[in-house]
Ligand binder design. Structure first.
Ligand code: ADP
Ligand code: MG
Length: 248
């Protein structure tokens, strides 16, 4: 469904006129199947978020390509409604001047619907992410982090996408809230039969939700493992993370 073929990305380092570039992604290739939850786990600075931006087509690779159902994600028409994203920093993910309703309406507007249809759809989506309809008129500053992230998830599923990119989507939340959101994501994935690309530095969360995990290091895929086989992972970085998991 989502195919990544040999993507490369470098960013300029130094000043405006500097020609030096730092390679962030180096020949990255993998596939995410329909309905699969694919984890990408790696240290901070390893290039995970850069990879995420290329996957959803908001940035272009220097080389290689990202195909969604055979067509490039750089074509806005291809990704509209098919791929959505939830990011770590929920405070900047929603416009502070938008009510919950306005935030969720944003992506639905691209489909032609009547006012009543939209209203019903918002009630339904809020209900699906565990929020009462009365939250519709609230502003982000009136909500907790977990509640805002639920709104972001409602917005992400509003167009019934086939794939959602989750970049450290639970990392800024309290641990007890993280568990609730992970459970919610797992339920929604079954209901909508979506694929997730679950970017995280948290191996415990990845082990809970992912079917398969890519171990990412210095802009490259070090290893890919089935979650059921995680204990046999070879890479030193993953072993170190696993050690932490065992001693928790
Ligand atoms: P991760 O999400 O794994 O922490 P990132 O993809 O955010 O990693 O960043 C990887 C590296 O790329 C970092 O060194 C970061 O400074 C650099 N980087 C990311 N985005 C940009 C950008 N737009 N311009 C220049 N450098 C960037
Ligand atoms: Mg990141």
């Amino acid at each position: 469904m989502l195919i990544v073929e040999g993507i490369e990305k470098a960013y300029k380092t130094g000043g405006l006129f500097s020609k030096e570039k730092q390679k962030i992604l180096k020949n990255v290739s993998f596939e995410c199947k329909s309905g699969e939850c694919l984890g990408v786990i790696g240290e901070s600075g390893s290039g995970k978020s850069t990879l995420g931006r290329l996957l959803i087509g908001i940035e272009q690779p220097d080389a290689g390509r990202v195909l969604f159902e055979g067509r490039s994600v750089n074509d806005r028409v291809i990704r509209l409604g098919s791929i959505s994203a939830v990011f770590q920093d929920y405070t900047s993910s929603i416009n502070p001047f938008f009510t919950v309703k306005q935030a969720i309406i944003e992506p639905i507007k691209i489909k032609k619907s009547t006012k009543i249809e939209i209203e019903n759809r918002i009630d339904y989506l809020l209900n699906q992410v565990g929020l009462a309809s009365s939250y519709k008129e609230k502003y982000p500053h009136e909500l907790s982090g977990g509640q805002i992230q639920r709104v972001c998830i409602a917005r992400a599923i509003a167009t019934e996408p086939k794939c959602i990119l989750l970049d450290e989507a639970i990392s800024s939340l309290d641990v007890s809230v993280q568990v609730q959101i992970l459970k919610l994501l797992k339920e929604l994935k079954e209901i909508y039969n979506m694929s997730y690309i679950f970017i995280t530095h948290d191996i415990q969360a990845a082990a809970y939700i992912c079917d398969r995990i890519i171990i990412f290091k210095n802009g490259k895929i070090e290893e890919t493992v089935e979650t059921s086989d995680l204990k046999n992972v070879q890479s030193a970085y993953a072993r170190k993370l696993l050690q932490k998991l065992i001693t928790l």
